[in-house]
Design a protein around this ligand. Structure first.
Ligand code: NAD
Ligand code: UFG
Length: 334
């Protein structure tokens, strides 16, 4: 079986490629490296101990994507490629819709043309919006307050419509909660360019001493300690979820949605404490106002993934913090 992994050079994609190799699948990566370093490809090859084909290509270029299908026999696509910065999506909506939505339509058209009708798609817990009550269930109504979230809702709908129109299609839609952690080798992980927006990448740099303190966005939420609660999931657990989802997709037609989270809520204070323990570093912080668009609580109802995919997350917050610290330390030569 050969799998095309779009965005396979990125954070979640690269970890998924390692798991694909482990499970015995061949894969090809297509990535335009707009948010990843091409050198990562060699790192993945080093970890799995073998080479694979890599296309530095942009999914917005239909002929380029079609060409990849013409040159290879592809049984399924795991589709990670997309832009993911919430704040940037508000400033650059056209870029986000063009990249995420038009890009995905290109991928789907190329798949259709080449009779590959099996896809796993990276959606997000952000589609649950601001009005649902935790734990979030797959059947809840969806809403978005930014173009990034809206692009995920639109793609979910496109996939659902496609599966209704053509009964040969299979689309497994995975709603990720908050992936953190890194590969145990410390060679793969998340280290965005510039000042990070997300909690763990920001704390990583406070621990390294590059940033003086963490700004905690609000301690007046209706949560046990007042800080925001999220469902953090180790990226390796998440990656393994894709193998289960793909195996499911090979056996079932139609569109199906699954939450991939741990099912547990952890507050910002709890993360700070766990990270301090894992790294031995003091994480200084200041409490500032709430960040626009943040919900107080976000965690998954994971019963469907457990029951149907036979998957659940294994690693705890301590391990996630330990692996994040191990990765960032290595990146900075400590
Ligand atoms: P990432 O930015 O590390 O990886 C995405 C990859 O896609 C990058 O390597 C980037 O270069 C590539 N890419 C972007 N546009 C492309 C294009 N037009 N053509 C080809 N390649 C392109 O992000 P990630 O954290 O690994 O996320 C992967 C997917 O999961 C994304 O779709 C994201 O929206 C979704 N997701 C991520 C999170 C999260 O917190 N990380 C949460 C929910 C959903
Ligand atoms: N936080 C801080 N300070 C920071 C960064 C974050 O206090 O500097 C807090 C946030 O307020 C929130 C928690 O830490 O309570 C987690 O915030 P992140 O930015 O790490 O993650 P989000 O839950 O806001 O969003 C992430 C991705 C989205 C995705 C969503 C659900 O950024 O793209 O998870 O999957 F949609």
């Amino acid at each position: 079986m050969s799998i095309l992994v779009t965005g396979g050079n990125g954070f979640i994609g690269s970890h998924t490629c390692v798991e694909l190799a482990e499970a015995g699948y061949d894969f090809i990566i297509m990535d335009n490296c707009s948010n990843s370093d091409e050198k990562n490809i060699e790192v993945i090859q080093k970890i799995i101990g073998k080479n694979f084909k890599f296309y530095n290509a942009d999914m917005r270029d239909f002929n380029g994507v079609d060409g990849i299908f013409k040159e290879n026999t592809i049984d399924s696509v795991i589709h990670f490629a997309g832009l993911k910065a919430v704040g940037e999506s508000v400033e650059k909506p056209l870029e986000y819709y063009e990249n995420n939505v038009s890009g995905t339509i290109n991928v789907l058209k190329a798949m259709n043309k080449n009779s590959c009708k099996n896809i796993i798609f990276s959606s997000s817990a952000t589609v649950y919006g601001l009005n649902n009550k935790v734990p979030f269930e797959e059947t809840m109504p969806l809403s978005a307050i930014n173009p990034y979230g809206q692009s995920k809702i639109m793609i979910e709908k496109i996939l659902t419509d496609l599966c209704k129109a053509d009964l040969e299609w299979s689309a497994v839609i995975l709603r990720y909660f908050n992936p953190i952690g890194a590969h145990e080798s410390g060679l793969l992980g998340e280290n965005p360019k510039g000042i990070p927006n997300n909690l763990i990448p920001y704390i990583n740099h406070v621990a390294l001493g590059d940033l003086p303190y963490l700004n905690i966005f609000g301690n007046d939420y209706d949560t046990p300690d007042g800080t925001g609660v999220r469902d953090y999931i180790h990226v390796v657990d998440l990656a393994k979820g894709h193998i289960k989802a793909m195996d499911y997709g090979f056996k079932h037609k139609g569109a199906e949605v699954f939450n991939l989270g741990s099912g547990k809520g952890t507050s910002v204070f709890e993360i700070v404490k766990a990270y301090e323990k894992a790294s031995g570093k003091k994480i200084k912080y200041k409490i500032i106002g709430r960040r626009a668009g943040d919900v107080g609580m976000c965690y998954a109802d994971i019963r469907k993934a457990e029951k149907v995919l036979d998957w659940h997350a294994k690693y705890d917050i301590e391990k996630m913090c330990r692996d994040s610290w191990n990765f960032i330390k290595k990146q900075h030569g400590n």
